[in-house]
Design a protein around this ligand. Structure first.
Ligand code: SF4
Length: 414
């Protein structure tokens, strides 16, 4: 199997939380037994070795996320971080661990620092106890303030914080008060997401039966825009739809996703995207013998395992944790991403960033300019002043940024 060219991002999914927040549709399990958590993390390290053996990756960034990595017991987490540190071929340029405030303590900070982490991403979401309660999220303002104090006193690395706009009952004033308090701890990076009511979540049920009233789209946008203005006035640059950073503090790891540069995701539900790989599973996993395209159709590979001209290969791990632990291939599904689909993914991801969809990368992957994907639509949006072509990129303008989804819908060929 060929080495994957260039630096990669490594994402490690720890799919365990103490309690499920009512709005969450991420893959995470609440209340798993200590034994299952230990076996899963053990298998995750085995999967890392499996990937390293096959691809000899050069990891530029490592991100341990979830779920709630900081909710894992000390003994298991410590063994996991030690194994991770020794499995990594070299010290990555950026190494982040996610944590929730109520599970951060001095031991946790020391243990991730010892394993090489230099960036902590703290899921604050809101400092309002009543709002946390409404959405069934653990933690409270006191615990968050204690975690921030501890981090500021003890943590030598970077700090990123996540907040959410558009919670029920949250005004722009409430959000900016929270931001003001949190910015007092000088995070280099702030993610400000909009709350969405995802189908099948307890929050959706509460909204449907009328027990929770969500702000409408305009109210939500107003709160989020108030937050954006507040951050920008304090020197944070919006470099992506939901992400703000002080100069030099942008998240390197996410950049890999937005640029669709190769990344490997391990752990249950982990997803890897490997552009430019042109060999099917026989080269990877002799047991599988066939590849699925995006429609789910099974495409047999030839003797050599070659799939012909591919956009990329995507590997999706099973979300069944027991299967992940027992299957020798971690329940991986192998998808062949066709070039046309992969092109559209470049628009979806690249246009999220302020820099836009980079011309050089697109040209080197597809042999054409981004504008040629759908010239009529691009031209129309350029005339509206919402999209612009620069020598380096195709990108959304300041006013166009807010209409990215509408642009993407129009961009898709009929
Ligand atoms: S802590 Fe995060 S991953 Fe866990 S349930 Fe809440 S939102 Fe989901």
């Amino acid at each position: 199997m060929p080495d994957i060219p260039g630096p990669l991002a490594l994402y490690i999914h720890i799919p365990f939380c103490r309690k499920k927040c009512s709005y969450c549709d991420f893959f995470s399990l609440a209340g798993a037994s200590g034994d299952l958590i230990a076996r899963t993390l053990d298998s995750t390290i085995r999967e890392l070795s499996f990937m390293i053996d096959r691809f000899h990756p050069d990891f530029d960034t490592v991100y341990v996320g979830g779920g709630t990595p900081s909710s894992v017991s000390r003994e298991v987490f410590s063994a996991f971080m030690t194994a991770l540190a020794s499995a990594l071929p070299r010290t990555p340029r950026e190494f982040t661990v996610e944590a929730n405030p109520e599970t951060v303590d001095g031991w946790f900070l020391d243990s991730i620092a010892q394993a090489g982490a230099r960036r902590i991403s703290l899921g604050i979401q809101t400092l309002r106890d009543d709002v946390l309660k409404t959405v069934g999220r653990l933690g409270n303002r006191a615990a968050t303030m204690a975690a921030l104090d501890l981090i500021r006193g003890r943590w030598k690395g970077d700090l990123s914080v996540d907040l959410i706009a558009g919670f029920p009952g949250q005004s722009g004033k409430v959000l900016t008060e929270d931001l003001d308090t949190v910015l007092g701890y000088s995070p280099g990076h702030v993610s400000l997401y909009s709350l969405t009511v995802e189908e099948g979540t307890p929050l959706e049920k509460s909204v449907r039966n009328g027990s929770i009233r969500m702000p409408d789209g305009d109210e939500q946008d107003e709160v989020w825009l108030t937050g954006r203005e507040f951050l920008m006035a304090r020197g944070y640059v919006q470099y992506e739809v939901s992400n703000f950073a002080l100069p030099g503090k942008e998240c390197r790891h996410n950049r890999h996703y937005w640029d669709l540069d190769p990344y490997i995701g391990i752990g249950p539900g982990g997803v890897s995207t490997l552009p430019g790989i042109t060999h099917g599973p026989e080269g990877f996993f002799p047991q599988t013998g066939a590849a699925r395209d995006r429609t789910g159709t099974t495409a047999e590979t030839g003797d050599s395992g070659a799939l012909g001209a591919l956009g990329a290969v995507r590997i999706v791990n099973t979300s069944n944790v027991e299967r992940f632990c027992s299957d020798e291939n971690f329940g991986m599904l192998f998808e062949a991403i066709q070039p046309a689909d992969f092109m559209f993914e470049h628009f979806m991801m690249g246009l999220r960033t302020r820099e836009g969809l980079g011309r050089d990368r697109y040209r080197s992957r597809f042999g054409s300019e981004p504008e040629s994907y759908n010239p009529a639509t691009v031209e129309k949006w350029k005339r509206k002043g919402m999209v612009e072509s620069t020598p380096d990129a195709l990108r959304m303008t300041d006013s166009g940024f807010l209409f990215l989804n509408e642009f993407l819908v129009e961009l898709l060929p009929d």
